[in-house]
Design a protein around this ligand. Sequence first.
Ligand code: PLP
Length: 422
Amino acid sequence: MNTAPARNLDRSSATAAPFDVESVRADFPILSRTVHGKPLAFLDSGASAQKPRAVIDAVSRCYEAEYANIHRGVYELSARSTEAYEGARARVQRFVNARSANEIVFTKGATEAINLVATSWGGVFLGEGDEVVLSVLEHHANIVPWQLLRERTGIVLKVVPTNERGDFLVDAYEALVGPRTRLVALTHVSNALGTVTPVDEIVRIARERGALVLLDGAQGIVHYPVDVQAMDVDFYCFSGHKLYGPSGIGVLYGRQALLAAMPPYQGGGDMIERVTFERTTFAPPPARFEAGTPPIAAAVGLHAAIDYVASFDPAAVAAHENDLLTYATERLTAHNDIRLYGTVPGKASIISFTMDDVHPHDIGTILDLAGVAVRVGHHCAQPLMDHFDIAGTVRASFGLYNTRADVDRLIDGLDEVREIFG
Ligand code: PLP
């Protein structure tokens, strides 16, 4: 495993160190199993990544040796568990370079983080006629919470369009951000196409008009170093399970002053200062937003996942993932019955395609029988599918552990599809 003490934003200038994918693969026990009698070619990390031994062991160790409920206990185990949970928060803070651990709120995932912002911040600071700018590239998780808020408050949603390549159109965005825009809520990386949005320009334009910026980093943080201060975003969110960590935990980063001004999202234990039947006062952030017993073991697992990811040279990871993307693109486009969706240069290692006259679900089923796991369908991005006038695509998404051999298996599987449907 390579070591990279600091993650840095500028991947392009770094020299790629050798990346030993076979040793990475050995870290992931599930990759040695078979599916339908075939070795597993797992090409669905964009939906949820597999877990390295370090994460599995950290979660097991938590339950075997250190588990108790946190914060309220006076006994040793509870103190240890609290330390582990808060240690995970501090690890996330360093990973995204937040100013303070108090800016890190644990949620169930990216979806809950966006719902939290829409409900709590949006519910108080947005009113009728205020505008939120989204894009057609968004996952439903960054569309529906704003529609729910629109029903409650009468806000207006503006949607940045895209083109045939799946670009984020900066000019169209600039034209949509107006004096009533209070927030731009945009994806960092499109889960369906791999398009990387131009964060610098997004933030510059929002700032010029006095709007806040929320970035949905569910896909972005997996492929790119994230520095919330350098990016100058107000909110950034992601899910642990896509970052090689456990499911059931995610992160909302929010600027301290914003979080401090936001009301609770849910009520219950651990988020209060003092409760009487007449009146309750609330704990400061982040506890204010973490009602009830949190996902303690999942936080410990997320800590281990971040340590794991951060142990690689980001430039080497980028080179590895780009190689897979380039190779898969070349092999897929050698067939003229394949149509790619999302062809913006510099995109992340996510490749979406359709095959003439074969439904994506049929392709996915045949690939599964060949041991190749891909995602098929609308990828929770129905407006984007509508833009392309398709019901869905086949999506292969690459992670640390994928190889060119996995791509070859995909291509061979597509030959089987052609034989069956040909
Ligand atoms: N945003 C993007 C871009 C995603 O890809 C996903 C999941 O696929 C989500 C949000 C929602 O993540 P989760 O289901 O982990 O909350």
